[in-house]
Design a protein around this ligand. Sequence first.
Ligand code: AMP
Length: 412
Amino acid sequence: MTTATLVEPTGFHALSLCQPVLSAIANAGYKKPSSIQKAFIPRVLTGVDVMGQAQTGTGKTAAYLIPYFERWQDSNHQEPTALVLVPTRELAIQVCDEAVKLCPNKDLHVLPIYGGRPMDGQIRGLRKGVDLVVGTPGRLLDHLGRGTLMLHKVKYLVLDEADRMFDLGFRDDIRRILKNCPEDRQTLLLSATMPPDILNLAKRYMRRPIIHLQMSPKQVTIDKIRQSYFTVDKHNKFELLLKLIEREQPRQCIIFCERKIGAHRIYEQLCGERKRVATMHGDLEQSKRERIMQAFKEGKIVYLVATDVVGRGIDVMNISHIINFDLPMDPENYVHRIGRTGRMGKDGVAISFVTPEEGSELTRIEDFINKMIPEDRFEDFQAYEKRVKNPDEPREVKPIFGRRSKRYSQRL
Ligand code: AMP
């Protein structure tokens, strides 16, 4: 007698997936596919190369994992048939967690491969036989160099957060890794943004026809996130942070700083004021980063002071607030940062601290997301000093870029 698990029909049934995959999705608790999943899964299942503009929080990981499980669940369990390339260790762990959650067949082996961890354990895992490898470029190249990893059976290749991999300088590493994969494979590319570099990468390494699923910049910023900014002098930022925390009472919040040293300082200051504070930046040991991430996921940490490098990999559903203590240098990073909240359609709040000198940076962000961000302020707290111009000083004529700079120059 064969026993079949009865699965209640979910929105995923319309995607013509097999029963074991549907059961795994139901066990993961997913009731209906997200927009990217609806768009991605049927196209990927036809076997063509697909590139999609999607950021974390949209369900993009399941969008590329589900077709793999649908098509390759009878892999050889020896050499990897799928490789997912990711920019950071945290993302590698997250993708693996998602893969384990959605895996329809317990014989399928998923292995994360990233730096900051001993090679031995990874080599043992590879020797046992692996189907799906999720890895960061540097460590993958290490294994390729030692001959402990072979990619000649890879049929399904995913470049996840491709723009971020370029930002982190992995361009040549990616090329070297791709040379080790068979040409006869399906390639998927996901990126929150599609600058010319990424389009060139696609042209070079993807087969025609490439289906390009593009969202407008407006859709890139998740609409459910309530965004605002405060004008604040640098030396008042910490006081503003405390007032904001008091007012907003975040469930969980990430406070983004531009530099490690800044993140550490804010962390130490905040520890003196609040409980359940932690920091995540590139200088921390990998095992510590993982412990902090786990505690954050479990809700034991409320305030996480982070830099962008680690901020990207954070997938915690309960984050209610993003505070940009420092504005990101790059407008694309703004989108990545605020994408940590408002996940899977939940509401979120993103608040940015802007010094009076940073008006044009804010304008660049607004242009990029195609939206004006409203200003917020405390009636009882003057966060910045009005600049008083000396009327005798010769006027310096500066070009004014964009709306915000105009607004700033009028007010200050
Ligand atoms: P991602 O955009 O891949 O980082 O996914 C964001 C979060 O949404 C992850 O925690 C996933 O487990 C979750 N998720 C993905 N797809 C669905 C879905 N269809 N329904 C509910 N949650 C989902």
